[in-house]
Design a protein around this ligand. Sequence first.
Ligand code: UD1
Ligand code: CA
Length: 457
Amino acid sequence: MELVVVILAAGKGSRMHSDLPKVLHQLAGKPLLAHVMDAARSLNPQKIVTVYGHGGDQVQAYFNQYKTNAPLQWVLQEQQLGTGHAVAQTLPHISAHATVLILYGDVPLIASNTLQSLVAAVNEKTLALLTVETDQPQGYGRIIRDKNNQVCCVIEQKDATPEQQKIREINTGMVAVPGHWLKQWLPNLKANNAQGEYYLTDIIKKAVEDHLTIQVFHPQTLAEVEGVNDRKQLAALERCYQAAQAEKLLLAGVTLLDPQRFDLRGTVEIGKDTIIDVNIIIEGQVKIGSRVMIGANVILNNVVIGDDVVIKPFTHIENSIIEAECEVGPYARLRPGTHLSRHAKVGNFVEVKDSLVGEDSKINHLSYVGNAELGKNVNVGAGTITCNYDGANKHKTIMKDNAFIGSNASLVAPVIIGEGATVGAGSVISKNAPDGKLTLTRAKQETNNRWQRPRKQ
Ligand code: UD1
Ligand code: CA
């Protein structure tokens, strides 16, 4: 069966008080609309049609570089005349034999399996509606049922009688409908209601009149159907999402010292008995092994971490690979292209970029290592700098196995420090240092026996 997902995103979002279109505001590091798109994509639809109004250029610019398995179509709704009017704009893009699933661009946490049930229930004679019972139904459309408990229509808050307003079952807005019925009903909607809008919800009454069955589904959690209208709701949904991610990890054998101070803005896989302290931010795709210890205030962005690694507090790691048994930090910065081999050590105030650090090698204090290749068991002394950039190009520094770099050396690339070579402290090394020898550049130390400190006159 052909599936078309329609996402409504034309609303102004004025309560966000923002220059950014509402659906581009981020939850867990990803625009609201991207969450909805991802849920839509998981159903393998033939296409995804998004109705936009305000800030359409910005929204499309973002999503045109977004990978989807289904073609994205954009439909402008110039005036926001209601949800029914919004969906009506998409009809030229919908074939009569398609099932149409309608989602909201500002309801980000809808779950794929909830949507799957909706879509699977739809047929020629069945429409699937997602509703939920709540103690706070104010503002929502109410589900009206007949004596046999069958849904007969949806009444909006502003059109509801005081009696109807007591109903606790509300319309989430998400619905799956056979395309040809949608094509029949939408052009005939009337805006004769309290808000003077074309209500999508009026199709429920029409479906009943046309003898369709209204099959009702409920989400697993309330958060799935909660919308974002202001930043307070956005913050609340963010916490809700993060709590769910933390819970999944706890139940899978990861210790989070405080699950309320854990933030995942991407995806993560974590092995057993890993212990994570507070205020960790995980971004992009991250993989963490077993028995890893991560200290407080660490940011990991697209990182692979092996087993038994220790990441000490205040460390920032981006696009890097850390093999088993390494120790990093505190206060280390590993920039893109860093690869630490097994049991390497990078200590405080060290920056590493685009470098391979061999097994058992150490860069313990206050160094910059960029575009470098370190062999096994290399020791880089405190304050060592690879001078990798000549103002135009980057050059490589190679430190072979067992090299020892004295403190405060400047290694002017391109340069090779030979196997087992020693570089004297404070040297500026601009030519290759031979294997097994001491190389140093240093002015001779003198002591002046006649010199005296000046005295006050
Ligand atoms: C709608 C439903 C209501 C339901 C509620 C759930 C109707 C008439 N009412 O209420 O039953 O309980 O959602 O949140 O459908 N939008 C457009 N174009 C428009 C109007 C809205 O694209 O002309 C989009 C908005 O951007 C938003 C979604 O549709 O993503 C819902 O709009 P909103 O105004 O929040 O819906 P309500 O009328 O409050
Ligand atoms: Ca609303």
